[in-house]
Design a protein around this ligand. Structure first.
Ligand SMILES: N[C@@H](CCC[C@H](N)C(=O)O)C(=O)O
Length: 294
């Protein structure tokens, strides 16, 4: 048994997030603990955002991101907004600098409660996605699913937001595609040596996109912030959209994504608190916080 750590169950426009307070501790959350928490319907999450003491001068905290299958992720846009919301509620601080596997992430909570996260610069070179073979033009790579002469999904744009994304452009409603079937096949396709997040995107105007995502290490989710960013930059670089778009997630929640002239991608949206608890970072056993005890 490890000393219990506090957590907040939250969501970012429906993306199920656990924000875990690992500050002042030398241990980290085990993959087994993450899998156990994900298996409990009450604490099921898409990502855990573990707040650790800073490791780099000039940063507030190190954030470890764990998918529900126990794998580590480099970036989590919706989860980062939940971390900002939780920390801002704890202090009067509204501006934060985090270190993640994807690099430095700056974020701010606005007066209206919305949170903007600088998700950094997108990467498009095949080696940076990464892909297993060279593709000179990653705006559309040779990858398809379905009948060879009538593929259901094909020619995705690929991008990295620190984590790998493939964006399949579709003309029909995003709900008319069997992502439950195609998602895992594509997530684990050998073209993606680190697996990939798989998104289908419908352009509804030059400033609006509807997306659904099969997330690497988490499966179908109600929202995915880094996928929204990857879809936004891919829409712009393929001439489908402008550089600032509103993305509608499967939950119906919306994110505003701005791909700035300095190449930074700014994601703005809400975060929602659900309940507090304590858990064992080694085993995943948990209980509601005393004040929340039901
Ligand atoms: N839901 C997250 C993405 C989390 C990481 C992703 N599953 C991966 O493994 O890359 C988001 O909001 O960005």
């Amino acid at each position: 048994m490890s000393a219990p750590a506090s957590f907040a169950k939250m969501n970012g426009i429906g993306n199920k997030i656990i924000v875990a307070d690992m500050r002042g501790r030398m241990d980290r959350i085990s993959a087994d603990a993450a899998i156990a928490l994900a298996a409990d319907p009450a604490t099921h999450f898409d990502q855990i955002m573990a707040i650790h003491d800073p490791r780099l001068a000039g940063t507030d905290f190190y954030i470890e991101i764990i998918n529900s299958d126990g794998s580590l992720a480099q970036a989590c846009g919706n989860g980062t907004r939940c971390v900002v919301s939780a920390l801002a509620a704890e202090t009067d601080k509204k501006v934060f600098t985090f270190q993640t596997l994807a690099g430095i992430v700056n974020a701010v909570e606005h007066e209206d409660g919305l949170i903007s996260v600088d998700m950094g610069k997108p990467r498009f070179d095949w080696q940076d996605i990464p892909l297993a073979e060279e593709f000179r033009d990653t705006r559309a790579i040779e990858l398809q699913v379905g009948p060879i002469d009538a593929p259901v999904l094909h020619s995705p744009s690929v991008a990295s937001m620190g984590n790998p994304h493939a964006i399949f452009w579709v003309d029909e409603d995003v709900w008319s595609y069997d992502l439950e079937k195609f998602g895992p096949l594509l997530e684990n396709h050998p073209i993606f040596p680190e697996r990939a997040n798989i998104t289908i995107a419908q352009v509804s105007s030059r400033e609006t996109l509807n997306i659904r995502t099969w997330e690497r290490g988490a499966g179908l989710t109600l929202a995915c912030g880094s996928a929204a960013c990857a879809a936004a930059v891919s829409g712009a670089r393929t001439g489908r959209t402008l550089r600032t778009v509103t993305i509608t997630a499967p939950s119906g929640g919306k994110l505003i994504i701005e791909w700035r002239a300095d190449d930074h991608v700014i994601m703005t949206g809400p975060a929602e608190w659900e309940f507090a608890g304590e858990f064992d970072p080694k085993t995943g056993s948990w209980q509601h916080a005393s004040e929340d005890a039901v």
